[in-house]
Design a binder for this molecule. Structure first.
Ligand SMILES: Cc1cc2nc3c(=O)[nH]c(=O)nc-3n(C[C@H](O)[C@H](O)[C@H](O)COP(=O)(O)O)c2cc1C
Length: 326
């Protein structure tokens, strides 16, 4: 399949693995890229720019295909040293960067001077237009269904994607709720040039996370996620568990007076405990509603091949049969 996204990134299939804290390590990124998609290393999971340089080198050792690095611009006062992270990825030969959180305007000159293609992940048409205006090459449009931070507008992909198609000139991929060939064909129909998946890629053989995390996603239904931190305007979609129950109780008790300190124990430093140690109830960890569509733990190659085969079958058989009938 050829789309503006496969052409932009030089990949075989229009499928991207979004950056994921403590999941987007070299093993997963390489497996996705080797299967013809675009694998992405999560920059800030590496505690220092030096460690990011090592992780990039490790990933290059596992694949000769294009890989990307995610840079998440967090709403924090103690900002990580972004310029040094950017220097590390440029020196590591990275040519694709996925940005998220605040827009990457402050770093565009340097990224572009290094010949890097930038895909910005955002949750609204206005932020996508801003990304286009500051020179991003593509956007990842993240609907309300998504795991992680869906923003504060609550617009699901059936509205958000065609709205993005109406306004954008640069290509975009659909993100949030994407799981299979049906998702891909629907996303293409709504104007996207491919898909970005998070939660689906966690439940793969190569994802370097505890087996319990994969099984929890397989066991979860589309009813098992919750939104937290809404009143802080930092909404996150997470999988329900004991830690999340506690967050929701505290949020109910504190109401509008809630501060991040009130839920610090349930949201800070949780990822290594969940992803590495398999302590699923340690606190809040991101997960999409798409968990309801995830029923197995295939390899990345099996998953991507299956998505492409199902998409092709849908287009050439089901849809073209319907079109002929009309
Ligand atoms: C466990 C987990 C961790 C994530 N961490 C990040 C992150 O650090 N930076 C980021 O930009 N997006 C992060 N995301 C969002 C994903 O990149 C992607 O946009 C999202 O998962 C898409 O929705 P889906 O889960 O329905 O596929 C995370 C998602 C999950 C599930």
């Amino acid at each position: 399949m050829q789309t503006r996204i496969t052409e932009l990134f030089g990949i075989r299939h229009p499928i991207i693995q979004g950056g994921m804290h403590y999941v987007g390590l070299a093993e997963l990124a390489a497996a996705v890229s080797n299967a013809g998609g675009l694998g992405i290393i999560t920059g800030l999971t590496q505690k220092t720019p030096e460690l990011l340089a090592c992780e990039i080198a490790r990933c290059h050792g596992m694949t000769d295909q294009p890989i990307g690095v995610n840079l998440t611009f967090l709403p924090t006062f103690a900002a990580p040293p972004y310029p040094e992270y950017i220097r590390a990825l440029i020196e590591g030969g990275i040519k694709i960067v996925e940005t998220a959180g605040r827009n990457p305007q402050a770093h565009m000159t340097e990224l572009k001077a290094a010949g890097i293609k930038v895909i910005h992940k955002c949750t609204s048409v206005r932020h996508a237009l801003k990304a286009e205006a500051i020179g991003c090459d593509a956007v990842s449009v993240d609907g309300f269904e998504c795991g992680g931070h869906p923003g504060e507008d609550d617009v699901p992909n059936f509205i958000l994607l065609p709205r993005a198609a109406e306004e954008l000139k640069i290509p975009f991929v659909a993100s949030g709720g994407m799981a299979d060939g049906r998702s891909l064909v629907a996303a293409l129909a709504l104007g996207a040039e491919g898909i970005n998946m998070g939660t689906r890629f966690i439940a793969t053989r190569e994802a370097p996370v505890h087996e319990k995390v994969k099984q929890a996603i397989v066991a979860a239904s589309e009813l098992d996620t919750r939104l937290i931190m809404r009143s802080l305007r930092n909404t996150e979609r997470v999988l329900m568990n004991e830690g999340v129950k506690r967050v929701l109780e505290i949020e109910r008790d504190k109401g509008a007076a809630l501060t991040i300190d009130d839920i610090h124990d349930q949201v800070a430093g949780i990822y290594p405990r969940v992803m590495t140690e398999g302590d699923l109830d340690a606190g809040a960890w991101s997960c999409g509603m798409v968990a309801g569509l995830i029923h197995d733990v295939p390899t990345c190659r099996e998953l991507i091949d299956r998505i492409m085969a199902q998409a092709e079958q849908l287009i050439t058989e089901r849809l073209s049969r319907m079109a002929r009938r009309a």
